[in-house]
Design a protein around this ligand. Structure first.
Ligand code: 6PG
Length: 239
Protein backbone atom coordinates (compact mmCIF):
# COMPACT_ATOMS: atom_id res chain seq x y z
CA UNK A 1 0.00 0.00 0.00
CA UNK A 2 1.55 3.28 -1.07
CA UNK A 3 1.86 5.96 1.55
CA UNK A 4 0.43 8.37 -1.03
CA UNK A 5 -2.94 6.73 -1.47
CA UNK A 6 -5.04 4.59 0.80
CA UNK A 7 -7.96 2.43 -0.28
CA UNK A 8 -10.91 1.71 2.02
CA UNK A 9 -13.85 -0.70 1.57
CA UNK A 10 -16.51 2.00 1.32
CA UNK A 11 -16.88 5.73 0.68
CA UNK A 12 -17.90 6.08 4.32
CA UNK A 13 -14.68 4.40 5.48
CA UNK A 14 -12.59 6.62 3.21
CA UNK A 15 -14.40 9.77 4.39
CA UNK A 16 -13.99 8.84 8.08
CA UNK A 17 -10.26 8.17 7.60
CA UNK A 18 -9.79 11.43 5.72
CA UNK A 19 -11.69 13.34 8.42
CA UNK A 20 -9.60 11.70 11.15
CA UNK A 21 -6.31 12.64 9.51
CA UNK A 22 -7.45 16.20 8.81
CA UNK A 23 -8.30 16.65 12.48
CA UNK A 24 -4.93 15.21 13.53
CA UNK A 25 -3.16 17.71 11.26
CA UNK A 26 -5.29 20.63 12.46
CA UNK A 27 -4.65 19.71 16.10
CA UNK A 28 -0.90 19.57 15.42
CA UNK A 29 -1.04 23.01 13.78
CA UNK A 30 -2.96 24.55 16.69
CA UNK A 31 -0.48 23.08 19.18
CA UNK A 32 2.52 24.43 17.26
CA UNK A 33 1.19 27.76 15.92
CA UNK A 34 -1.81 28.57 18.07
CA UNK A 35 -4.24 28.38 15.17
CA UNK A 36 -4.96 26.31 12.07
CA UNK A 37 -6.38 26.91 8.62
CA UNK A 38 -8.40 24.43 6.57
CA UNK A 39 -9.77 24.89 3.06
CA UNK A 40 -12.52 22.48 2.02
CA UNK A 41 -14.01 21.50 -1.32
CA UNK A 42 -17.60 20.73 -2.25
CA UNK A 43 -19.39 18.17 -4.40
CA UNK A 44 -21.16 15.09 -3.02
CA UNK A 45 -18.32 13.12 -1.40
CA UNK A 46 -17.41 15.66 1.31
CA UNK A 47 -20.79 15.32 3.04
CA UNK A 48 -19.71 12.09 4.76
CA UNK A 49 -16.37 13.66 5.71
CA UNK A 50 -18.03 16.77 7.15
CA UNK A 51 -20.38 14.61 9.22
CA UNK A 52 -17.43 12.61 10.60
CA UNK A 53 -15.57 15.81 11.47
CA UNK A 54 -18.63 17.35 13.15
CA UNK A 55 -19.17 14.26 15.26
CA UNK A 56 -15.59 13.93 16.50
CA UNK A 57 -15.88 16.27 19.50
CA UNK A 58 -13.01 18.35 18.09
CA UNK A 59 -12.18 21.81 19.50
CA UNK A 60 -12.73 24.14 16.52
CA UNK A 61 -12.17 27.37 18.43
CA UNK A 62 -8.71 27.95 16.93
CA UNK A 63 -9.45 26.67 13.43
CA UNK A 64 -10.38 28.89 10.47
CA UNK A 65 -12.38 27.38 7.65
CA UNK A 66 -11.87 28.57 4.07
CA UNK A 67 -13.17 27.21 0.76
CA UNK A 68 -11.24 25.69 -2.12
CA UNK A 69 -13.95 26.64 -4.57
CA UNK A 70 -17.54 27.75 -4.85
CA UNK A 71 -20.23 27.78 -7.43
CA UNK A 72 -21.45 31.27 -8.39
CA UNK A 73 -24.78 30.88 -6.62
CA UNK A 74 -26.24 32.33 -3.39
CA UNK A 75 -25.09 30.71 -0.13
CA UNK A 76 -28.44 29.01 0.40
CA UNK A 77 -28.59 27.55 -3.11
CA UNK A 78 -28.72 23.75 -3.34
CA UNK A 79 -25.47 23.79 -5.37
CA UNK A 80 -23.60 25.96 -2.87
CA UNK A 81 -20.47 24.34 -1.39
CA UNK A 82 -20.86 26.67 1.58
CA UNK A 83 -24.40 25.38 2.18
CA UNK A 84 -23.12 21.77 2.13
CA UNK A 85 -20.45 22.65 4.67
CA UNK A 86 -22.82 24.75 6.80
CA UNK A 87 -25.40 21.99 7.04
CA UNK A 88 -23.01 19.11 7.75
CA UNK A 89 -20.07 20.71 9.57
CA UNK A 90 -20.32 24.39 10.50
CA UNK A 91 -23.68 24.24 12.27
CA UNK A 92 -23.43 20.77 13.83
CA UNK A 93 -19.92 21.53 15.14
CA UNK A 94 -20.97 25.04 16.18
CA UNK A 95 -18.00 26.64 14.43
CA UNK A 96 -17.91 30.38 15.12
CA UNK A 97 -19.08 32.57 12.23
CA UNK A 98 -15.92 34.69 12.64
CA UNK A 99 -13.82 31.59 11.86
CA UNK A 100 -15.57 30.90 8.56
CA UNK A 101 -14.36 32.62 5.39
CA UNK A 102 -16.95 32.15 2.66
CA UNK A 103 -16.40 32.69 -1.04
CA UNK A 104 -19.31 34.95 -2.01
CA UNK A 105 -20.98 33.08 -4.85
CA UNK A 106 -23.77 35.64 -4.96
CA UNK A 107 -21.39 38.44 -5.91
CA UNK A 108 -20.08 39.08 -9.45
CA UNK A 109 -17.11 36.73 -9.88
CA UNK A 110 -14.33 39.33 -10.35
CA UNK A 111 -15.47 41.21 -7.23
CA UNK A 112 -15.90 37.97 -5.26
CA UNK A 113 -12.33 36.95 -6.09
CA UNK A 114 -10.90 40.36 -5.19
CA UNK A 115 -12.69 40.15 -1.83
CA UNK A 116 -11.52 36.58 -1.21
CA UNK A 117 -7.89 37.33 -2.04
CA UNK A 118 -8.08 40.27 0.37
CA UNK A 119 -9.67 38.07 3.07
CA UNK A 120 -6.89 35.49 2.69
CA UNK A 121 -4.26 38.24 2.85
CA UNK A 122 -5.86 39.59 6.03
CA UNK A 123 -5.48 36.15 7.61
CA UNK A 124 -2.22 34.88 6.10
CA UNK A 125 -0.44 38.17 5.40
CA UNK A 126 1.01 39.08 2.01
CA UNK A 127 2.42 36.37 -0.25
CA UNK A 128 0.97 33.00 -1.15
CA UNK A 129 -1.53 31.77 1.47
CA UNK A 130 -0.12 28.69 3.20
CA UNK A 131 -2.96 26.55 4.47
CA UNK A 132 -2.24 23.95 7.11
CA UNK A 133 -4.64 21.58 5.35
CA UNK A 134 -6.39 21.69 2.02
CA UNK A 135 -9.08 19.11 1.28
CA UNK A 136 -9.70 18.44 -2.40
CA UNK A 137 -11.79 16.07 -4.41
CA UNK A 138 -11.57 14.83 -7.97
CA UNK A 139 -14.26 14.80 -10.57
CA UNK A 140 -14.84 11.99 -13.09
CA UNK A 141 -13.08 14.24 -15.62
CA UNK A 142 -10.06 14.49 -13.27
CA UNK A 143 -10.83 18.11 -12.36
CA UNK A 144 -9.91 19.29 -8.90
CA UNK A 145 -11.02 22.43 -7.12
CA UNK A 146 -12.77 24.17 -10.00
CA UNK A 147 -9.87 23.62 -12.38
CA UNK A 148 -11.50 21.68 -15.18
CA UNK A 149 -9.77 20.08 -18.18
CA UNK A 150 -8.60 22.76 -20.62
CA UNK A 151 -8.79 25.57 -18.05
CA UNK A 152 -5.82 27.95 -18.64
CA UNK A 153 -5.70 28.85 -14.93
CA UNK A 154 -4.14 25.41 -14.32
CA UNK A 155 -0.87 26.91 -15.61
CA UNK A 156 -1.09 30.09 -13.55
CA UNK A 157 1.43 30.31 -10.71
CA UNK A 158 0.87 33.93 -9.66
CA UNK A 159 -2.82 34.32 -8.79
CA UNK A 160 -3.96 33.11 -5.35
CA UNK A 161 -7.59 32.63 -6.47
CA UNK A 162 -9.53 33.11 -9.69
CA UNK A 163 -12.82 32.58 -11.47
CA UNK A 164 -13.64 30.25 -14.32
CA UNK A 165 -16.54 29.61 -16.68
CA UNK A 166 -17.30 25.89 -16.94
CA UNK A 167 -18.77 25.40 -20.40
CA UNK A 168 -20.30 21.99 -19.78
CA UNK A 169 -21.99 23.22 -16.61
CA UNK A 170 -22.85 26.66 -18.01
CA UNK A 171 -21.73 27.95 -14.64
CA UNK A 172 -19.14 30.38 -13.36
CA UNK A 173 -17.12 29.22 -10.38
CA UNK A 174 -14.66 30.70 -7.91
CA UNK A 175 -11.54 28.68 -7.11
CA UNK A 176 -8.20 28.68 -5.40
CA UNK A 177 -5.46 28.56 -8.00
CA UNK A 178 -2.37 26.33 -8.28
CA UNK A 179 -0.01 28.65 -6.39
CA UNK A 180 -2.24 28.42 -3.30
CA UNK A 181 -3.20 24.78 -3.76
CA UNK A 182 0.45 23.72 -4.08
CA UNK A 183 1.58 25.79 -1.08
CA UNK A 184 -0.50 23.85 1.45
CA UNK A 185 1.42 22.13 4.21
CA UNK A 186 -0.79 19.08 3.71
CA UNK A 187 -3.33 18.12 1.08
CA UNK A 188 -5.88 15.35 1.53
CA UNK A 189 -7.74 14.25 -1.60
CA UNK A 190 -10.96 12.29 -1.03
CA UNK A 191 -12.36 10.45 -4.04
CA UNK A 192 -15.03 7.77 -4.15
CA UNK A 193 -17.10 5.95 -6.73
CA UNK A 194 -16.53 3.70 -9.75
CA UNK A 195 -16.54 6.70 -12.08
CA UNK A 196 -13.24 7.79 -10.52
CA UNK A 197 -11.37 4.52 -11.28
CA UNK A 198 -10.30 5.37 -14.83
CA UNK A 199 -9.40 9.03 -14.22
CA UNK A 200 -7.47 8.00 -11.11
CA UNK A 201 -5.39 5.55 -13.12
CA UNK A 202 -4.68 8.30 -15.67
CA UNK A 203 -3.71 10.73 -12.93
CA UNK A 204 -1.34 8.26 -11.29
CA UNK A 205 -0.03 6.26 -14.25
CA UNK A 206 -1.16 7.95 -17.47
CA UNK A 207 0.66 10.49 -19.62
CA UNK A 208 1.57 13.67 -17.79
CA UNK A 209 -0.83 16.28 -19.10
CA UNK A 210 -2.06 18.55 -16.31
CA UNK A 211 -4.35 20.50 -18.62
CA UNK A 212 -6.11 17.28 -19.57
CA UNK A 213 -5.93 15.82 -16.05
CA UNK A 214 -5.94 18.77 -13.61
CA UNK A 215 -5.66 16.39 -10.63
CA UNK A 216 -2.07 15.80 -11.79
CA UNK A 217 -1.45 19.33 -10.47
CA UNK A 218 0.76 17.97 -7.71
CA UNK A 219 2.67 14.90 -8.71
CA UNK A 220 0.57 12.00 -7.40
CA UNK A 221 3.57 10.93 -5.34
CA UNK A 222 4.06 14.33 -3.67
CA UNK A 223 4.79 13.56 0.00
CA UNK A 224 2.46 16.29 1.20
CA UNK A 225 -0.52 14.88 -0.69
CA UNK A 226 -2.47 11.82 0.51
CA UNK A 227 -5.36 10.31 -1.43
CA UNK A 228 -8.24 8.61 0.38
CA UNK A 229 -10.11 6.28 -1.97
CA UNK A 230 -12.90 3.80 -1.68
CA UNK A 231 -12.43 0.38 -3.29
CA UNK A 232 -14.52 1.35 -6.31
CA UNK A 233 -12.36 4.37 -7.08
CA UNK A 234 -9.13 2.47 -6.42
CA UNK A 235 -10.17 -0.54 -8.52
CA UNK A 236 -7.62 0.02 -11.29
CA UNK A 237 -4.87 1.12 -8.91
CA UNK A 238 -5.34 -2.06 -6.86
CA UNK A 239 -5.32 -4.21 -10.00
C1 6PG B 1 -17.02 21.14 -6.54
C2 6PG B 1 -15.82 20.51 -5.90
C3 6PG B 1 -15.14 19.62 -6.89
C4 6PG B 1 -15.26 18.24 -6.31
C5 6PG B 1 -15.26 17.21 -7.40
C6 6PG B 1 -15.62 15.84 -6.83
O1 6PG B 1 -17.32 22.29 -6.24
O2 6PG B 1 -17.67 20.40 -7.30
O3 6PG B 1 -15.00 21.36 -5.26
O4 6PG B 1 -13.83 19.91 -7.20
O5 6PG B 1 -14.19 18.01 -5.41
O6 6PG B 1 -16.22 17.58 -8.37
O7 6PG B 1 -16.96 15.89 -6.52
P1 6PG B 1 -17.73 14.61 -5.90
O8 6PG B 1 -17.29 14.55 -4.49
O9 6PG B 1 -19.16 14.98 -6.06
O10 6PG B 1 -17.30 13.41 -6.70
Amino acid sequence: MSTHWKSYPTAQDAAVACARDILVSLDRAVRSRGRASLAVSGGSTPKLMFQAMAGAGFDWSHVHIFFVDERCVPPDHEESNYRLCREHLLEPARIAFANVHRMKGEVLAPQAIDEYVAEMAAFFGEGVPVFDVIHRGMGADAHTASLFPGEPLIHNRTLHAGYVYVQKLDRHRLTLTPATLLAARETMVLAAGADKADPLWQVFHGERDVERYPSQLDTPWAPWVTWYLDAAAAARLNG
